[in-house]
Design a protein around this ligand. Structure first.
Ligand code: NI
Ligand code: MN
Length: 225
C-alpha cells in the first residue's frame, strides 16, 4: 500500500492496481499548488464528510476519471444528482470492494455542504486489505468509539487530524492512538490555514515521548506500508 499526502486531509492511496483518493481539497489549497488534479489516477473517491475542505475537487476529478464516490448516503446522493456514480454507506457498515474491505466508522464533527445543506453525519474509514489495515479518522474529536476499532482489527497505520481547533489536537490525537492501539500515526489536517498551524517538530517529540511515531509528509510525499 502506497499513501501520498496531497495536503490538508487529502490522500492518494494505491492498493495493488487500485487508486483511491480521499477528501480531495487541492485546487483550493495554495500549499498544494504543485499538485495537478488532472494528473491523479483515481478509481474511487472516499469522502469523510461534506465540508468544503474535503469535497472541493470531488466533482472535477470524478467527472474526469469516472471514479466512484464512497461516502455516507447523503453525500453520495448529492453527487449522484451531478451524474457521479457512488457507493452509499452509513456508520458501522462495511463493504468488500475488490481492493479490500471498507468500513465507515463514527466521527464527532459536523457535515454540512458549503451551501449549508445537510451532508449526513461525518465519518472515518477503516480500509482493510490482504496486507495492511489503516484507519482514516476524518475530521473528528477524540471519542471513546475509537476503542471499538482494535476489538475487530489490528491497524498498521492511524491517520489522525492533529491541527486542533476544528478537530483533535496533538494531546487528543495521542490518546486516540492509544484508543485505536496503533503507535504509527500519520498526521493530517494541519497548517493549511491559520487556525490549525502546528509546531511539527514539537508534535513529533510529543508522540515520541509516549513511544509513538508521528509521520508528517510533505505535500506530494509518499510512504509505503
Ligand atoms: Ni470538517
Ligand atoms: Mn476539515
Amino acid at each position: 500500500m502506497n499513501i501520498t499526502f496531497l495536503g490538508h486531509a487529502s490522500l492518494h492511496i494505491e492498493i495493488d492496481n487500485t487508486n483511491i483518493l480521499v477528501d480531495p481539497f487541492i485546487t483550493g489549497n495554495p500549499k498544494a499548488a504543485h499538485i495537478n488534479i488532472d494528473d491523479l489516477k483515481v478509481d474511487f473517491i472516499l469522502v469523510t464528510h461534506a465540508h468544503q475542505d474535503h469535497i472541493l475537487d470531488v466533482e472535477a476529478i470524478a467527472k474526469r476519471t469516472n471514479a466512484v464516490i464512497v461516502s455516507n448516503y447523503e453525500i453520495v446522493t448529492h453527487f449522484g444528482k451531478l451524474d457521479i456514480e457512488g457507493h452509499p454507506m452509513n456508520h458501522g457498515g462495511a463493504w468488500n470492494f475488490d481492493f479490500g474491505k471498507v468500513k465507515y466508522v463514527n466521527a464527532i464533527h459536523t457535515s454540512s455542504f458549503p451551501d449549508g445543506s445537510y451532508g449526513g453525519q461525518p465519518g472515518g474509514f477503516i480500509i482493510e486489505t490482504k496486507e495492511k489495515t489503516i484507519y482514516i479518522a476524518g475530521d473528528t474529536a477524540l471519542t471513546f468509539d475509537m476503542k471499538l476499532i482494535p476489538l475487530q482489527t489490528t491497524l498498521d497505520l492511524a491517520i489522525l487530524p492533529i491541527g486542533d481547533n476544528f478537530t483533535m489536537g496533538i494531546d487528543d490525537a495521542i490518546l486516540a492512538s492509544d484508543f485505536v492501539e496503533c503507535n504509527k500515526i500519520l498526521g493530517y489536517h494541519f497548517d493549511t490555514f491559520g487556525y490549525i498551524e502546528i509546531d511539527k517538530e514539537a508534535a513529533k517529540r510529543q508522540f515520541l515521548d509516549k513511544g509513538k511515531e508521528l509521520l508528517l509528509l510533505e505535500i506530494g510525499e509518499s510512504l509505503t506500508l
